[in-house]
Design a protein around this ligand. Structure first.
Ligand code: ZN
Length: 246
């Protein structure tokens, strides 16, 4: 490993390059927005932060500004992290990485078993927070950002202003299905391009062409023709159709 800058969101552990030398990569997986790289004697937890990127390059490629670390591989290539704003992180844990404080209290992955109607109904019981903010809470379910929460509630026909605890179980079932549907569609289309997002090949995502409500305030609902409204909930904008969503 080559470490050029330790001051990321949390300091990269001193001595990490020496610790990683000679270890094999056994597995690479994702949990919420964390990348887990399992090695022989522990696991690296990496996060891209707001502006970070990881690229695979020939190990000898001269570093540019904001290239903070390289994980050097036997293949002659390296995994290089660039992050102008330094909100990303690289942590080292031994033992069960899923039990690390950053990961232990996260809700289930929305496309995996565990995120179903019974689970959501149990979590929603008695909650007064709005269903929109509830869906965006990482402790409830991970990976449902502002676009997908707005779009899923439109598809499920649920008013985003409703208290989570007052959405009937039958409608929560529709919310679960709608969250899965919008995420799968977005993945299929390569994501939703906002500002400067590009995928690993440098291509933008095209899901934005399938949005029903997101950033469509004042425009007619694609289903009923009513005017799409925009409100603010928890400092984030929400878009919805006042007639399709109850
Ligand atoms: Zn409508």
């Amino acid at each position: 490993m080559v470490l050029r800058e330790r001051r990321l969101r949390w300091p990269v552990p001193r001595g990490l390059p020496a610790k990683l030398a000679g270890q094999r990569v056994l597995d690479v997986r994702r949990r919420a927005k964390y990348l887990l790289i399992e090695l022989d004697r522990g696991t690296l937890i990496a996060h891209l932060g707001m502006s970070g990127s990881l690229r695979v390059l020939p190990a000898g490629t001269p570093p540019l500004a904001h290239d903070h670390y390289d994980l050097v591989l036997d293949s002659g290539r390296c995994l290089r992290f660039n992050d102008p704003r330094r909100f990303g992180c690289l942590l080292w844990v031994t033992g069960d990485a899923e039990q690390h404080r950053l990961l232990a209290s996260l809700g289930p992955e929305p496309l995996e078993r565990g995120f179903d109607t019974a689970y959501l109904a149990a979590r929603a019981r008695g909650r007064r927070v709005t269903i929109k903010q509830f869906l965006m809470d990482q402790h409830v379910v991970v990976g449902v950002g502002n676009i997908y929460a707005s779009e899923a509630l439109f598809r499920a026909g649920v008013d985003p202003r409703r208290a989570a605890g007052r959405v009937p179980a039958e409608k929560l079932g529709r919310v679960v299905a709608a969250v899965r549907e919008v995420l799968r569609a977005a993945i299929r289309h390569g994501g939703t391009t906002l500002r400067d997002y590009v995928n690993a090949d440098g291509a933008p995502g095209y899901f934005s062409q399938d949005l029903f409500v997101y950033e469509r305030a004042g425009q007619p609902c694609r289903r009923c023709g009513s005017v799409i409204r925009q409100i603010v909930q928890g400092q984030r904008s929400t878009w919805f159709c006042p007639d399709c969503q109850r």
